[in-house]
Design a protein around this ligand. Structure first.
Ligand code: ATP
Length: 290
């Protein structure tokens, strides 16, 4: 199950000045109505430009009225690092990441970024500095330009072109008679799974967030496309604090640290070789069998 599906729409809700008249907006607006009521605290301030040092301090969380999903999580992530979360399905990896943009509020403990409790920040200023790339890319029936610009609505043409280039969408765009003005979706050109992923990546290059959350849910992409996307994602992660809900061995191996989540908590963490040598939970996961 992709519990990020709804949250990803929420993160974009910080964009309040969405241009009217773009096809698909109505449908999108309807999704926003389904948000739970997480709001700015009285006196919340706009977060400064973040470096991205993240600290989970004794965090516990359960979805309302249900058993705890996470108990007493303590986790420190240095700015710029890439952390791969692994563990059995349903262990809480996605939940752990979705607490960071405050899609859900912790029950106890707190999450600190650069020494600031995320509950003291305005949601817009927090979420504006966190980017999410997940398997289900939200596209609307506008042009490719509009769909990329969705990453940052005030972007100028040259920035959009540059984001497309970095996400390696430039070849596709060059091959289309109408280029960036090509309409996508039901009324226009249909994008492949890989192209949709690239569009999501282009948005993120444009948004340029300090913190990146990648949901690497097992995908239907062919191996070659998958490999190319991986490469773009690795470039995107450069210089950002990156949390990956990881499924691919290459991602896991290359992470600065692997965090094994199981039974409501972190059971093991460290770099790949160290965890393999230890012969503990990580090695038993069979994460080495991609
Ligand atoms: P996977 O690898 O399958 O994505 P995961 O480790 O990311 O799993 P989560 O998706 O975080 O695990 O789920 C942790 C637990 O919380 C599961 O028992 C799941 O059923 C439950 N859960 C997830 N999202 C919700 C939700 N929105 N409401 C209620 N329960 C949820």
């Amino acid at each position: 199950v992709n519990v990020f599906f709804r949250p990803i729409d929420k993160i974009n809700s910080v964009i309040e000045t969405y241009p009217k008249g773009i096809a698909g907006f109505r449908r999108y607006a309807a999704l926003l109505d389904t948000e739970p009521d997480i709001a700015d605290r009285p006196g919340a301030f706009d977060a400064p430009t973040l470096r991205g040092d993240i600290s989970y301090r004794d965090v516990s969380f359960g979805y309302s009225g249900e058993r705890p999903v996470l108990k007493s999580i303590n986790l420190d992530i240095a700015a710029g690092q890439t952390i791969a979360f692994v563990g059995p399905s349903g262990a809480g990896k996605t939940t752990l990441c979705s607490l960071l943009p405050r899609f859900y509020e912790v029950d106890s403990g707190g999450i600190i970024i650069d020494g600031l409790d995320i509950r003291d920040m305005t949601l817009a200023s927090l979420r504006g500095q966190i980017g999410i790339v997940q398997q289900d890319v939200f596209l609307f029936g506008g042009t490719i330009r509009e769909n990329i610009a969705y990453g940052r609505l005030d972007a100028v043409e040259s920035e959009i072109v540059e984001a497309a280039r970095r996400a390696r969408l430039d070849e596709l765009i060059a091959s289309l008679p109408e280029g960036l003005d090509t309409i996508i979706g039901e009324r226009g050109v249909k994008l492949s799974g890989g192209q949709k992923q690239r569009l999501a990546i282009a948005r993120m290059f444009l948004k340029n967030p300090t913190i990146l959350i990648l949901d690497e849910a097992t995908s239907a992409l062919d191996t070659q496309t998958e490999r190319e996307i991986q490469q773009s994602l690795a470039e995107l992660a450069q210089g950002r604090t990156t949390l990956v809900i990881a499924h691919r061995l290459a991602t896991i191996r290359n992470a600065d640290r692997i965090v094994v989540v199981a039974d409501t908590g972190i059971v093991e963490q460290g770099p790949h070789d160290e965890l393999v040598a230890r012969g503990g939970a990580y090695s038993r996961l069979g994460a080495a069998s991609d």
